[in-house]
Structure formats: C-alpha cells, structure tokens
Write a protein that binds this ligand. Structure first.
Ligand SMILES: [Fe+2]
Ligand SMILES: [Fe+2]
Length: 300
C-alpha cells in the first residue's frame, strides 16, 4: 500500500537527483512534442520553423501551467487534508506527507521551466488559460462538499497524469531538459497514481448514490482534460503569432475536422483510472456510464 518513507527516500526525485538545469533553447530541440500537439504539424506551421518553435514553446508552457495548477491547487491541499484525516490509516497519512513534498518539488521544476521557456522563445504568457479541470472542480463545489470533490478529482487526475508525459519523454526531437524533467516526473507520478487509486477505493463506498452520480459524471471530462490539447489556447496562440482569424479557423478545421481519435489515448493513458473505477463498479451507475458514453467510451 502506498510506499514507505524508506522507499520514498531512495526513489523520490527530490531525495535522489539534483534539480534539472540544462539549458532550454531553440538549438537544444523542440520545446514540446508535435505528437501531443497535432496543430504543430499543419503545413502552415511546418513552413515557418521559428513560428512553429514558438508555438510549441507556448504548448509546453500551457501544459506545464496545467500540471503546476494540478499540483498546487488540487494535490497539495488534498494531501494536507489526508495527512490530518482520521478516515485514513497512519501509513496513508505519512504517504500523503511524502507526496506533498514531491509535488512542491515538481512545482518548482515547472516554475523554472516555464520561466526559462518564456525567455528562450520570447513568449507572452498572459495568453495561458486556467486548466479546464480546475474550472470543473470549482463548479462542483457549489453543489457538493468541497473536500470530497477535490479528493475525488485528485484521484482521477493523479492516476491519468503519466500518459501524455510519457509520450513527451519518448520524442527524441524534444529538448533533453524537457524530456528529463518529464521522465523524472513520471517516475514519481506512477507511485502517486497507485496511492490515489487506493484512496479512491477507500473513499468511494462512503459516498451516497447522489454524491457518486453527481461527482462521478465529471470523471470523463477530467480524464480528457489531461489527454486532449487545449484547443482554445491553440486558437489564441495562433492569432497571437500573427495568423488572421480566417486562417486560424482553417488550421483548426484542417486539424480537427477529422479529429485524431483521443479515445485510444484515453483508454491507454486512463488504464489505471478506469481499472480503479471498474473495481468499484462505478460504471454500474447510469449517470456516470452515460457521461463516459458521451465521450465515446463504453464499458461492459
Ligand atoms: Fe507532480
Ligand atoms: Fe502527483
């Protein structure tokens, strides 16, 4: 269950590796993987190398900004509460404190990466958007208990987080600094995912059906929010980089008119998440099964 302090001391990045500080620059490689940003493969972007590099710089900053929000606005407060909660056992409370330290360290890494990418590619970061998962979670607290909403969102997001990051680590066109940072992060996050899958199982059965159906119907939105590109940001960045409105519409349509299927990525990246839900028979609730079906995901 979770992992002991001894294992955390040996394996956690904050305890076992120096902070990654290699240079991030145009010559070091791409800031972000084109595989995770289909727009960057549009012929109009391919035709202009420095514009495409800047676009990918923005994508890295938006993605890092989203992960930084996940860590500071959701996982850290949840770990603080878990560490003090009588609903969880001593080992779970101690593990929550280890995770709290991991996430503070990850946030520092993302903070530095965003600052340096901004400098290297001369970006205007006022264009970045609040992640959609945070808006969803904030909305739900108007109807349900805030601590519960944050805890369940954390369980979903922390079990799905590794998929897209792993993709970035495998793309050799991406700058080594970015690949190393995400590789280190995946190393910690795979353990976080195991912990939160267990916390989910210990929590779900305590909820009323009303809470399960209400909070559970946003699970597919949370899952896709960490898998799909943020199309609004892509749209705004293209405008900001000098394309006119009509050309931006064309680029978006060319790329997403026959959209790359994100379902395969959702099944793949969401494996741990979907397994923990299946074990708790989450999909036997029609409201939740219907919400997943609206995203093209069905379960028998
Ligand atoms: Fe993290
Ligand atoms: Fe985490």
């Amino acid at each position: 269950m979770g992992y002991s302090v001894e294992i955390w001391e040996k394996r956690s990045n904050v305890r076992s590796r120096p902070l990654r500080r290699d240079e991030i620059s145009r010559v070091a490689g791409l800031a972000f993987s084109p595989c995770a940003s289909p727009i960057s493969n549009h012929p109009l972007l391919i035709a202009d190398t420095s514009l495409r590099e800047a676009f990918l710089g923005y994508m890295l900053c938006q993605y890092s900004h989203e992960l930084l929000h996940l860590e500071t606005s959701i996982v850290q407060p949840v770990c603080q509460s878990l560490a003090l909660s009588p609903d969880f056992n001593q080992q779970q409370r101690v593990t929550a404190r280890c995770l709290l330290i991991d996430e503070a360290y990850h946030s520092l890494g993302f903070n530095l990466l965003i600052d340096e990418t901004k400098m290297a590619f001369d970006l205007d970061l006022s264009i970045l958007k609040q992640p959609s998962f945070l808006t969803l979670v904030q909305c739900q607290t108007q109807q349900f208990d805030q601590a519960l909403v944050y805890l369940l969102a954390c369980c979903v997001l922390e079990t799905v987080i590794c998929g897209k990051m792993s993709k970035l680590t495998m793309d050799t066109m991406v700058a080594p600094r970015v690949r190393q940072l995400f590789s280190d992060h995946v190393n910690d996050e795979s353990k976080h995912g195991d912990f939160f899958a267990e916390i989910f199982k210990d929590t779900w059965f305590r909820l009323t059906t009303y809470e399960q159906e209400g909070i559970g119907s946003v699970f597919p939105h949370l899952l896709f929010s960490l898998i799909m590109p943020n199309m609004q940001v892509e749209h705004d960045v293209l405008l900001h980089l000098g394309f006119d409105d009509k050309t931006v519409q064309r680029i978006m349509q060319d790329t997403y008119a026959s959209p790359p299927s994100f379902h395969d990525a959702a099944y793949q990246s969401g494996q741990k998440t979907l397994r923990m839900m299946q074990e708790m028979e989450v999909f036997s609730l029609h409201a939740i099964a219907d919400a997943f079906a609206e995203h093209g995901m069905t379960f028998i």
